[in-house]
Ligand binder design. Structure first.
Ligand SMILES: [Zn+2]
Length: 400
């Protein structure tokens, strides 16, 4: 007779995942037929399946044969309250209840896709506060929900973004006050918008940004900069920001400076892959017209070259979808990993961008890492992510 199900005798607190392959980031190889013992949310043991501890009573055994266990993914650039799609910009004006319902949908999509951590880098303000901060607080401690770090609202020079979306400022004093205001509201980090109303000029000088960076650092928080153009990237990096979002137009000099001072590049290349699909799935001229397609192809090539420059310089690259603030959906981080490989990264490095590097960006050593003693946050996929980045689409289940 088989043993009775463990949950008849009390709550299962331990689970043995038996037979999954595992990624070894040090040897950059896949180890087949491994096992992971989880107890109370921690990895109590991991090693070869044939050396796994005997599961006692109360240990649930999961036959994970044929899967690969991957550390819970980190989406380093997301917008939790927004849905994405080809009308992503319009959705910013949705009523508060709709935005909160969208966030709930996104939580479900993130879990199904194996995303354990999401870094929100901009949300609409409702009742005087960025809605992402409310969502982060609602989800804290709720089983199955992602862990959140949130930047609050965008801080931008007037005229850079549609009016009403960011906190708009006119100068360096305004920048500093708005950045500290986001921290006062509860933001974990500050997001500066470093594309200006004039594409050829940075919206703030390096000195202005540096003053804000120093003040935010003094409060124990970090500063990141939206940058899709070179002038803003130069000023932000010269000012010592902690990360650049997108970084679609870097040059070798900026990449070297980023590597030297530890500025992280948060890549969002798949946004342009998604726009390319809109050439077929929509009639929006920006994507479907011949001029639109040509402009996109040029932009895409510049962005891929920027990632190559950053990678060659030794910049830490973390992967983001930009879901909601761009056109991707919350369950599409695999698309960014695939696109990083298309741009020239080794699959192992692209996987690191969506896992451990995101954890380093967040200052969370357990995030994106699957190791004995660490949090038991992993997903089981089908395939070898070291040779087939598309395997990240094939999520069977997650451990949380
Ligand atoms: Zn974004």
């Amino acid at each position: 007779m088989p043993d009775p199900p463990a949950d008849l005798g009390g709550a299962v607190t331990s689970t043995l995942y038996l037979g999954c392959a595992m990624v070894d980031h040090i040897t950059r190889s896949l180890a087949p037929e491994m096992a992971v013992l989880v107890a109370d949310g921690r990895v109590e043991w991991l090693g070869p399946a044939d050396q796994a501890p005997d599961p006692g009573p109360g240990v649930e055994v999961v036959d994970a044969g044929g899967t690969t266990a991957v550390a819970g993914l980190v989406d380093a650039h997301s917008h939790l309250t927004l849905p994405g799609g080809s009308h992503w910009i319009d959705r910013v004006g949705d009523p508060t209840d709709r935005l909160l319902a969208t966030a709930e949908d996104n939580a479900r999509l993130l879990r199904q896709a194996g995303v354990r951590w999401a870094r929100d880098v901009g949300a609409p303000v409702r009742d005087g506060r960025a809605l992402s901060l409310t969502v982060r607080e609602r989800w804290q401690g709720r089983p199955g929900y992602p862990y959140i770090r949130a930047a609050g609202c965008w801080v931008a020079r007037t005229g850079s973004l549609p009016s009403g979306l960011p906190v708009e400022v006119e100068d360096g004093d305004g920048l500093l006050a708005a950045a500290l205001g986001q921290l006062d509201a509860g933001a974990d980090l500050v997001k500066l918008y470093m594309d200006g109303p004039d594409r050829d000029t940075s919206p703030f000088t390096a000195a202005e940004v540096r003053r804000t960076v120093e003040a935010v650092h003094a409060r124990g928080a970090t500063v990141t900069a939206h940058s899709s153009l070179l002038p803003g990237a130069r000023a932000a990096v010269a000012a010592g920001v902690d990360a650049l979002e997108h970084g679609f137009r870097l040059d070798a000099e900026v990449a070297r400076a980023m590597a030297a001072q530890g500025t992280v590049l948060v890549s969002t290349l798949a946004v342009m892959e998604s726009w390319e699909t809109f050439g077929a799935t929509t009639r929006l001229p920006r994507f479907a017209s011949a001029e639109g397609r040509a402009a996109l192809a040029e932009r895409r090539e510049a962005a891929h070259e920027s990632v190559r420059l950053a990678s060659a310089a030794g910049v830490l690259i973390a992967a983001g979808t930009d879901f909601g603030g761009g056109s991707l959906r919350a369950n599409q981080l695999a698309w960014e990993v695939e696109t990083l490989v298309v741009a020239g990264l080794e699959p192992c490095d692209a996987l690191a961008a969506a896992t451990v590097n995101g954890g380093r960006l967040l200052g969370e050593p357990g995030a994106g890492v699957l190791a004995e003693g660490g949090p038991a946050d992993f997903l089981l996929i089908h395939g070898d992510p070291l040779s087939d980045p598309g395997s990240l689409w094939r999520v069977w289940r997650t451990s949380w």
